[in-house]
Design a protein around this ligand. Structure first.
Ligand code: CUK
Ligand code: CUA
Ligand code: CA
Length: 637
């Protein structure tokens, strides 16, 4: 398909191209590049300079700090990244489902315990696919407690401590495959003792036999998908709800009453053509209070060996709105994202295969649950035509929505109120306020504080799936682009491109005062801390415990003697208190490499196989005598 010039900003009707649901277009999308416009590169549609153009806001002068953190999922790299915005500088990579030899994630016993091991002590999985990362909430905004992120490959939910920005817990979801959408609950605290987000809601994209133990392999019509609720504090799966169709993206309401997931496969089909058969798909809403009451009342089953209680949210079991646990609201064909507006009133679903966004009013969904709304579809209050391939929507807190258009390679700004007025029949209004090209094929776009009640409408980050000509080429795989736009004015202004190592999906942009970190740990928080009193070597049979301290520029033992065939557990506590004074610990030919930050303790366990001398050395430049910071591991035959 040939790319046409970007539509003028007020053009909500470019009907010939935007009436998109022809079979051939769909087939083209299914089979590859034809529709995604891979052929041409294009010029920026605007040459406008930043509103406050004298100083480029993305240029943070030496010594100055960014005003926002951005926490970004890294797709099949399996980690979470932390950027400073507006500069786009990378501040940190947080290993989660992947391994990382900079910190020793996947090497230390502590990280292995979080990641999960097989009976032989090796890691169960070393891969992950992180798509959605969200902070925990209090009073409708970030509370600096945790981040949550999904793993689509192995259906696990990870929690990251915000204070250290390290993963501290990973929970597998039972009977789930393709865990994709997540959203923590945003409700205000209902109980003084629970002053944090208590639930994380998780959608499953792939339907599977339940349980997946070899049964029903030839009959996908019997397969199912479970919606899961995880307790944020304990990270245990509280309950699950079986649904019809699948779940992709998730959103939660600000009052804690509703969670919802988009469904592109209401058909319950097992092949591409089948998944595109229906003219409409759905956004399925969960009535959380009723589900939790049903769980309490024991109206549950269990599946396979899982003990997690499961309620039935399928259509057939939920015919009466007044008792229904779920409400399936019809939306555009094969939708993608669903996002909550910061005023708490609406969820916006992006059409993907329909050139529309669907605005659902939450009060009307609650009306349906009360039996006071005729059909589920009556909760839809707007469905503006916005462009081709809408995927995700962000908000500015001033009533405007910003939707990424994958096929058009644009971000479109539109007014939610005007879209509602148009839907009511006012033909004079034009909901589309602006369009801006991005480079190229955007996935998620997210705005500063846009997923909170404090949405401030300053910046929008567009996570683009293709960068093509935007950077120096580096072989077949290009970096992706993250483009930051100034959305504070009437027109969007592109401020900067920065590279992103593949493949970023979603992110959240958090005002820096909403993030509280600590730079130096407390030694007593580590039960295995090594102190002057308990340092040294201890042998029990062939198990040797080596308890070591680091203080620049030395390890506490210059010589450590063990024997071939020993199982050595080396525990290292960093006794330095100076901020940023991290030591590393590498043991050549033993595959050991990890760091200990000030006042932290980490341990590793390894087998000695070959007699010889091995220099244990510090890997992290810590002192003028860093290179001299070594100990001898002597392995005796
Ligand atoms: S999905 Cu990645 S671009 Cu996993 Cu949030 Cu839409
Ligand atoms: Cu310790 Cu380098
Ligand atoms: Ca479908």
């Amino acid at each position: 398909m040939k790319r046409t010039k970007p539509a003028p900003t007020d053009a909500i009707t470019v009907p010939s191209r935007r009436d998109f649901l022809g079979k051939s277009a769909l087939a083209g999308m299914a089979t590859a590049g034809a529709v995604i416009g891979l052929s041409g590169c294009k010029e920026d549609s605007k040459a406008a300079k930043p509103a406050a153009a004298a100083a480029d806001p993305t240029h943070i002068a030496p010594g100055q700090l960014d005003t926002y953190y951005a926490f970004i999922s890294a797709g099949h790299a399996g980690e979470v990244r932390v950027l400073g915005l507006p500069s786009g500088r990378t501040l940190k990579r947080i290993p989660v489902f992947n391994t990382d030899c900079m910190v020793g994630w996947g090497t230390t016993n502590e990280s292995k315990a979080v990641m999960g091991t097989k009976p032989d002590g090796s890691l169960q999985y070393t891969t992950g696919d992180t798509h959605h990362v969200h902070g925990s909430y209090k009073d409708g905004t970030y509370d600096s407690r945790w981040l949550f992120v999904n793993d689509k490959i192995h259906s696990r939910l990870a929690r990251i401590r915000m204070d250290t920005m390290e993963c501290d817990k990973i929970t597998p979801l039972p009977n789930v495959m393709g865990f994709h959408g997540i959203f923590p609950d945003k409700r205000d605290p209902v109980d003084a003792a629970i002053n944090y987000t208590t639930r994380v809601f998780c959608g499953a994209e792939f339907h599977i036999p339940l349980p997946n133990d070899g049964r029903d392999l030839d009959d996908p019509s019997k397969w199912g998908c479970l919606f899961s609720c995880v307790d944020a504090a304990t990270m245990e799966v509280r309950w699950q709800c079986r649904i019809d169709g699948n779940m992709e993206l998730m959103a939660t309401s600000y009052d804690g009453k509703l969670a919802a997931a988009t469904q592109y496969n209401t058909e319950n089909a097992a092949d591409l053509a089948g998944m595109m058969a229906a003219e409409r798909d759905a956004c399925v809403f969960f009535h959380i209070e009723r589900i939790e009451a049903a769980i309490k009342a024991g109206k549950t089953t269990t599946i396979g060996s899982s003990k997690v209680p499961v309620v039935d949210g399928r259509v057939a079991a939920n015919g009466d709105p007044k008792t229904a646990l779920t409400c399936y609201v019809p939306v555009g064909k094969n939708p993608h994202g669903v996002n909550a507006s910061p005023d708490g009133k609406y969820f916006v679903c992006a059409g993907k295969l329909s050139p529309t966004a669907t605005v659902i009013e939450l009060a009307k969904v609650m009306q349906w649950f009360a039996g006071d709304l005729k059909t589920q579809r009556d909760s839809v209050v707007a469905e503006p035509e916005i462009g081709l391939g809408p995927l995700h929507t962000a908000f500015d807190g001033r009533g405007n929505a910003y939707t990424s258009l994958f096929l058009d390679s644009q971000v479109v700004k539109w007014s939610v109120d005007l879209a509602i007025a148009q839907f009511k029949g006012d033909k004079t209004v034009k909901p589309i306020l602006d369009r801006h090209d991005v480079h190229y094929q955007p996935g998620h776009g997210y705005s500063s504080m846009g997923e909170t009640k404090e949405a401030d409408g300053k910046y929008f980050n567009s996570g683009n799936k293709f960068s093509k000509d935007r950077f120096l080429p580096v072989g077949p795989l290009h970096p992706e682009t993250e483009q930051i736009l100034d959305i504070s004015g009437d027109k969007m202004v592109l401020l900067a491109d920065h590279t992103a190592y593949p493949e970023p999906h979603d992110g959240c942009i958090v005002r820096r005062d909403r993030v509280k970190t600590r730079q130096v740990a407390t030694m007593t928080d580590f039960p295995n801390a090594v102190t002057a009193e308990n340092a040294g070597i201890e042998r029990k049979g062939n198990k040797v415990s080596v308890r070591l301290m680091s203080q620049a520029p030395a390890f506490s033992m210059p010589v450590i003697k063990v024997k071939v065939g020993d199982e050595v557990t080396l525990t290292l506590t960093n006794h330095d208190k100076v901020e940023d004074l991290t030591h590393g610990c590498a043991i050549p030919f033993h595959n050991i490499n990890f760091i200990v930050n000030p006042q932290e303790t980490r341990s590793v366990t390894f087998k000695t196989e070959h007699a010889g001398a091995y220099w244990i050395y510090c890997t992290h430049f810590c002192h003028a005598l860093h290179l001299e910071m070594r100990s001898r591991l002597l392995v005796e035959a």
